[in-house]
Design a protein around this ligand. Structure first.
Ligand code: ADP
Ligand code: MG
Length: 260
């Protein structure tokens, strides 16, 4: 049994008179321990897909199963196992880290969640916060400080620490390094990959940048206009893209263009 089983997922956003078909009959599976890239240009439906997989939103039709259990359209009170097992790191730590909270209580947030507490053995929250701050390379006294006292890269480390706090099985990173400067981006990427390796996590890595996905994920799916147009080993997507859209994404990578 695959860890995630996504079947015929469709999501239509209706705002006023406008209807946007953001996700159009998407099916995919994710195996335990897999590092899967989800790539495609802005607006292709990547965030919609992972929000549905994390059951933060309801599909218009189709189903998502996690670990054999349907999670799509299920009431929040019954999603404790999913909330404890699947954690997200989003693009902009400025908006995802509450500026009025100290880092220690931001990182401990998932540990305070009643839903997650039902799923996990009780831990000493302060000790766990120290542990995960250490794991992301931040000093222990970070816990007493506020998000604005940290750089962009450090704030993303805080977001990763918070995601790790409840000992999840899956990390979903949605453009998690896209807003960072190039040098900082490499550091945070390396940190992320090291943690995924050490902790044996399953990783869903969403990015508009195929070059970054290639660095992180052995496998990837390519999305265009709400559909998966191609999927397979990332190397193969580069060396022999089958869909013209994939070929265009590859050709758009400057270093790759100059080498061929
Ligand atoms: P990506 O993450 O690949 O950039 P999204 O999943 O965010 O793509 O968006 C897919 C499409 O759905 C886009 O056309 C976007 O404008 C639209 N969309 C996303 N969220 C909403 C929303 N809450 N309401 C209306 N339209 C939305
Ligand atoms: Mg997005």
């Amino acid at each position: 049994m695959s860890l995630f089983e996504v079947e015929h997922l469709t999501r239509v956003y209706a705002t006023g008179r406008r209807r946007v078909l953001a996700l159009d009959d998407v099916s995919l599976t994710v195996e335990r321990g897999q590092r899967l890239g989800i790539v495609g240009e802005s607006g292709s439906g990547k965030s919609t897909l992972i929000r549905l997989m994390a059951s933060l939103d309801k599909p218009t039709s189709g189903t998502v199963r996690f670990d054999g259990r349907v999670v799509s359209g299920v009431p929040e009170r019954d999603l404790g196992f999913l909330r404890a097992s699947v954690q997200l790191v989003l693009q902009d730590p400025r908006s995802s880290l509450n500026p009025r909270m100290r880092v220690g209580s931001i990182v401990a947030e998932p540990l305070r969640s009643p839903l997650i507490r039902r799923e996990r053995r009780q831990v000493d929250q302060r000790a766990r916060v120290r542990e995960v701050l250490d794991a992301v390379g931040l000093p222990a006294d970070s816990a007493d400080r506020y998000p604005h006292e940290f750089s962009g890269g450090q704030r993303q480390r805080i977001a990763i620490a918070r995601a790790l706090a409840p000992s999840p099985e899956v990390l979903i990173a949605d453009e998690a390094v896209s807003a960072l400067d190039v040098s900082v981006r490499a550091q945070v990427l390396n940190l992320l990959m090291g943690l995924v390796d050490d902790l044996g996590l399953t990783l869903l890595f969403v990015s508009h940048d195929l070059a970054v996905v290639r660095h992180v994920c052995p496998d990837a799916v390519v999305m265009q206009a709400g559909r998966i147009v191609e999927s397979g080993p990332t190397q193969r997507l580069f060396s022999a893209p089958e869909h013209p859209y994939t070929a265009r994404l590859v050709a758009a990578i400057p270093a790759f263009r100059s080498r061929s």
